[in-house]
Ligand binder design. Sequence first.
Ligand SMILES: Cc1ncc(COP(=O)(O)O)c(C=O)c1O
Length: 392
Amino acid sequence: MNLRQLDKKHFGRRGKPEDIVVGNSVDSYLIDSRGRKYIDFMMGWCVGNLGWGNTEVRTAVGKFDGPDYVHPNYLYRPWTQLAEILARITPGKLAVSYRTTGGTESVEGALQIAMACTGRGKFVSIEDSYHGNSIATMSIGAAQNRETFKNLLPNCHKIKPPLDRKALGKIETLLKKRDVAAFIMEPIICNLGALVPDREFILGVRKLCTRYGTLFIADEVATGFGRTGKLFACEHFDLEPDILCVSKAITGGYGGLGAVITTSKIANAIKEDFGLYSTYGWHPRAVAAALANLRYLRRHQRKLLTNASRLGEHFLSRLAQMTFRGKATIQGKGFAIGIKLEDEAYASEVGDTCRENGLLISAEEDVLMFFPALTITRQTAQRGLDILEMSL
Ligand SMILES: Cc1ncc(COP(=O)(O)O)c(C=O)c1O
């Protein structure tokens, strides 16, 4: 049997794999098993923010000679170092990190913290959002999850975009009853085609949460670590969440790791009952990768964020000049850019043609997404955009 047949027989996945066999990856390129080089505008969907194969991170991982494993009940200095860095770089009063292995577990943990802290059981989220694939994270996610899984958690209310004054009014009606544990959203919604909410809306929700004792959870699993041109997307709005979820770009792809970060006040309030035990949370090797990755990011922060902001603007203006079949809504911030096409077949066709022409983009449902590395050069970005234009 060839690879495709074996994959079909033994590998669980939704639908068919894309027509590419991965060999290697370097900088902003992915190389297939036959040596063909593709420009990577996906970067693993917000994972490889520093480009693939960053020498410092790779060396730190290669040279790692610490323990094979550390039990969660022990003290381990690199854990404290990572938690301390996260406290320093995340917005507002966030100070205490809980260890997780990835994004779903981080959001799941955030929901649990909110329940433990408020003693409430309801949640409010944005309709059609994505926050992970556990039962709880699917319950706050897209309504279509409920078609496959009939008995997801009740009491999860969804707010339908546009995220405007009317939406804010609906949120106030829900929060007023003082039984909502948390409101959750991505500050820039990558999973809705990089939707950028109005400042008035997001800060309005923040105010309502404070007024009615609901916690504000910012899911920065996709937007974290520079993706939108700020270290965290919350910073675009001066938003201070009560809980922040991170993962994906925290190790740049070198290990599965995530974190739920909250304030000392909240962590102290739940200390006796809540620990978020995770056997493989913050595995020593993944922590070594995260530390090297974050140290690099911090040292080159200004240059990387400026590149994402400036080139991100350039992406938006070039995309605005391209001709798409039918209506195309272009939106985004920094290097989180989406195009809503309202035609699934066309989106999929564009994704396939780009790949055939040497460019990897995300084409899911009717949305095209672009998440280039923060390190991408203007020249490579231009070439990728030329390929996209030619592929339309
Ligand atoms: C915003 C957001 N939250 C949570 C998740 C879940 O993360 P993971 O796939 O690491 O479980 C994702 C994954 O794409 C995401 O985009």
